[in-house]
Design a protein around this ligand. Structure first.
Ligand code: NAD
Length: 266
């Protein structure tokens, strides 16, 4: 039973970006259920973020809803200030916000390219830097702590599998992979752990146009040896575990939550 005493993230503060839908929503709720106080970030869809806050509170944890565009440095600074003002500090960042703007390479506009790179890569850099600055400050104040903080990047199987028609997305995710590894190396002396979760096909808004019709679902399933499309909870469970001290010696690693999708050649 998940009593208050054995909640695995009790006393921790988590910032989850893009938390008003899909994988981010699943992670924010799972972390709240495990006792974390959660900063529920959204960019443009406030209502589901407020609903999520209520669900986290109903599970016995605290939550605050913060509007911020992760690609905007002032918004990011405001979000982390809100986290510290409300909960005193930050322990966990889940860099989840992401978008697709698909087009064939020959037709992709610079706007499509820049929008995806700025949200999916630069946005993750900005949030990671804001979180790491807070973690380093705490490290000085709480030298005895095991880990001073955790950063989890939600990447994609397309950080290693090329994806024709999605060059902006695949390039951003490839960048996230190297951002994650370099930060893991650079921040390890500060006792900051940095890891990635790379989902395969998870049923959310981002790919609704594919899974909501039978042909699309069947096409997806041909790519998944495990024979089912993933759910946000599949990713959320792994994110919770990575943020606990059970994963204390893990940094610089990517966990592919993909039903075996990466086992097939591209
Ligand atoms: P989603 O569309 O439901 O969630 C993305 C969230 O990011 C939305 O809530 C959106 O409002 C938010 N967002 C977009 N731009 C933002 C910005 N500038 N600032 C703040 N928030 C912003 O889709 P999802 O599948 O839950 O996607 C979450 C993450 O998972 C993304 O990074 C995506 O690339 C990744 N991912 C998803 C899948 C999948 O199959 N669903 C697979 C691999 C990776």
């Amino acid at each position: 039973m998940n009593t208050i005493e054995n909640k695995r993230l009790k006393g921790k503060v988590a910032v989850v970006t893009g938390a008003s839908s899909g994988i981010g929503e699943g992670i924010a709720l799972a972390m709240g259920r495990e006792g974390a106080s959660v900063v529920v970030n959204y960019n443009s869809n406030e209502e589901p973020a407020q609903e999520l806050k209520k669900k986290i509170e109903a599970a016995g944890s605290q939550a605050v809803v913060v509007q911020a565009d992760v690609a905007n440095p002032e918004d990011v600074a405001r979000m982390f200030k809100a986290a510290c003002d409300n909960f005193g500090t930050v322990d966990i960042l889940v860099n989840n916000a992401g978008i697709q703007r698909d087009a064939s390479f020959l037709e992709m506009t610079l706007e499509d390219w820049n929008k995806v790179i700025s949200t999916n890569l630069t946005g993750h850099f900005l949030c990671a830097q804001a979180a790491a600055k807070e973690f380093v400050k705490r490290r000085v104040q709480h030298e005895e702590r095991k880990a001073a903080g955790h950063i989890i990047f939600i990447s994609s199987v397309h950080d290693i599998i090329p994806w024709a028609g999605h060059v902006n997305y695949a390039t951003a995710k490839g960048g996230v992979q190297m951002l994650m590894k370099t930060l893991a190396q650079e921040l390890a002396p500060n006792k900051i752990r940095v890891n990635g979760i790379s989902p395969g096909a998870i049923k959310t808004e981002i790919n609704r146009s594919v899974w909501e019709n039978e042909g699309g679902r069947e096409g997806m399933l041909t790519l998944i040896p495990y024979g089912r499309i993933g759910e946000p909870e599949d990713v959320a469970k792994v994110a919770v575990w990575l943020a606990t001290d059970e994963a204390d010696y893990i940094t610089g690693t990517t966990i592919y939550v993909d039903g075996g999708m990466t086992l097939y050649p591209a």
